[in-house]
Write a protein that binds this ligand. Structure first.
Ligand SMILES: [Zn+2]
Length: 388
């Protein structure tokens, strides 16, 4: 894939005409000029982009961690918490920023662990005025607080990068299987999505006024990662997301390749053209019978909704065949509530085979590393023998 090197105008254009007898002088990479900050090559800094003022008169900022590599290369923008309660992305970016491999970065990393600070502070998906930031793009400098935030992202951040990884999760109590969403007509994004090595890629049409649509209009491919659920740090989602970003950065030669001895089996993603929600046929107590990542046949019974007064139990059947990529974990449902999110796939044998291999290739936790979530089992705690 060909990419433009926005920040490297020096590349190949300003060669010094040194005399032939002298070796050409190695030119240092110019600093990254960003909103009044000059970040030298081989350094990093936090830049606060002002957005507005909160009700308590404190400043609302969009805080960007800029890591400017010593060597030239592309600029990647990684964003988390566009929805304020989707914190797996924040943790993925925190770990990315601590990665020792960034010392050898070629190019520039713009990392935004908390894109939507007003919603993050409220531990909510939505902005304080109950709007969804991801429906306010490209935003307006004279609009609502969220609209101003969207404008800062559209005008000051997106134009400065070559491509974007945007990190999301499912809603509260609605975990997602690790998956990538890419815009149907964006082939560049699909290429990057394959390199991310998530088990499933769903090609999704652009949603009006979303971050993805603004980036698409500016010609910036977006890989949107979805995994886990809101308000929780989920180990598999976090490890998988971090590995995906590093994989893309290695592919773009921003980071050195992995040593062959530690290279693991790569997941071949299942590319689906469409997905749908199977909804509750009636209200009641809901019991799912299908786990994330499993394939499902048409008309297969995948759960049931029961009348709390001991009456009928109504089966929930799959109206299309495919792979389960999202599910509610709530034990109650009103009629029409979304229960199962199924990615439609026609060749079920291939899907079953690929999902089984993906399952084996999911990143494991090394034994010498602490990870989330903290294990806790009340029945396994050591009992104090002196306690009466
Ligand atoms: Zn989201």
């Amino acid at each position: 894939m060909t990419i433009r090197f926005l920040n490297d105008s020096v590349r190949g254009t300003r060669q010094t005409s040194a005399p032939q007898s002298m070796p050409p002088k190695k030119q240092a990479r110019p600093p990254f000029e960003f909103e009044g900050h000059s970040i030298p090559a081989g350094s990093r800094t936090l830049v606060n982009l002002p957005v507005g003022v909160f009700i308590d008169h404190s400043q609302v900022n969009l805080t960007v961690s800029v890591v400017h590599g010593k060597q030239p290369g592309p600029t990647i923008l990684v964003t988390g918490c566009v929805h304020g309660d989707e914190i797996n992305g924040t943790e993925i970016i925190r770990r990315l920023l601590k990665s020792p491999s960034l010392k050898r970065l070629k190019g520039t990393l713009l990392a935004v662990p908390i894109l939507n600070a007003p919603a993050f502070m409220n531990r909510s998906r939505y902005l304080p005025d109950r709007r969804d930031l991801n429906r306010l793009f490209p935003g307006s400098a004279t609009g609502s607080l969220g609209s101003r935030l969207a404008r800062v992202v559209s005008d000051q951040l997106v134009p400065r990068c070559d491509f974007i990884v945007d990190l999301h999760t499912g809603a509260v109590n609605r975990p997602n299987l690790p998956q990538i969403r890419v815009t149907t007509e964006d082939e560049k994004a699909l290429e990057l999505a394959r390199i991310f090595h998530a088990p499933v890629i769903v090609r999704a049409p652009l949603r009006d006024n979303s971050f993805r649509s603004t980036a698409f209009e500016q010609g910036k491919p977006v890989v949107l990662y979805e995994s886990g659920e809101a308000l929780r740090l989920d180990a598999v989602s976090i490890r998988h997301g971090l590995e995906g970003i590093l994989s893309i950065m290695r592919h773009m030669e921003m980071l050195p390749p992995k040593k062959s001895s530690v290279r693991k089996k790569k997941i071949t993603p299942l590319v689906c053209q469409k997905s749908y929600w199977e909804r509750a046929p009636i209200g009641g107590l809901f019991t799912p019978l299908l786990a994330l990542g499993k394939t499902v046949e048409k008309d297969e019974v995948i759960g049931f909704v029961a009348d709390p007064y001991g009456g009928i139990e109504t089966s929930v059947t799959a109206s299309r065949q495919g792979v389960l990529i999202g599910r509610t974990n709530e034990g109650m449902a009103d009629e029409g509530d979304g229960l199962f999110h199924i990615a439609i796939f026609s060749d079920l044998d291939q899907a079953r085979d690929q999902m089984a291999r993906s399952n084996l290739a999911l990143p494991e936790m090394p034994e010498d590393e602490d990870d989330h979530p903290v294990p806790y089992d009340p029945f396994m705690d050591e009992i104090d023998p002196d306690r009466e």
